[in-house]
Ligand binder design. Sequence first.
Ligand SMILES: Nc1ncnc2c1ncn2[C@@H]1O[C@H](COP(=O)(O)OP(=O)(O)OP(=O)(O)O)[C@@H](O)[C@H]1O
Ligand SMILES: Nc1nc2c(c(=O)[nH]1)N=C(CO)CN2
Length: 172
Amino acid sequence: MNLAYISLGSNIGNRLEFLQEAVGLLKETKQIEVKRMSSVYETDPVGYVDQAAFLNIVVELETLYTPHELLKKCNEIEDLLGRKRLVRWGPRTVDLDILLYNEENMKTEDLIIPHPRMTERGFVLVPLVEINSELVHPSTKQAFSNIVHDQKEGVHLWKSFDGVDAFVHFEG
Ligand SMILES: Nc1ncnc2c1ncn2[C@@H]1O[C@H](COP(=O)(O)OP(=O)(O)OP(=O)(O)O)[C@@H](O)[C@H]1O
Ligand SMILES: Nc1nc2c(c(=O)[nH]1)N=C(CO)CN2
């Protein structure tokens, strides 16, 4: 069994509902077991800043998928929930990025793990450290809990965690 962390973000339409549907689709997948998830954070847009605030979460999952199979699943969920790729780093209904997969370091044309921009993104680090404060970057060996402090600006708790099932079925 493999342990992976995925970051999810949404900044169009009913943002909470897109995150709920995405986590629901991960949960329904036979080869995936969602083990933990973070609270929901409202976060200032990073990169392309002239867009609405995001809701972001991180989920921990166990999976039988290889990294590329997991990427395919993430892309399927994005497509199913109607993401339109118009602007790089621009608005999206839902975006799923693979952050970590076991302690692997890999660099292929379409998949880089750990996610190359994760260490500079508060919207990733705050929810990641919430669900596992012991995690270490597999190549630099730096503890994420040691770098999260400088990255909290623009990241605000929006809805506290109260269970994966409660989240998926929450009527907002
Ligand atoms: N760890 C990863 N997780 C998800 N996608 C990745 C990863 N590494 C590389 N990619 C590739 O990035 C491609 C483009 O991703 P996407 O359009 O979602 O970028 P983005 O989310 O706008 O920006 P960012 O990559 O900075 O989060 C994906 O189709 C995928 O092939
Ligand atoms: N706050 C925030 N900013 C972003 C996000 C995101 O999920 N949250 N995703 C991006 C592309 O992956 C670019 N910028």
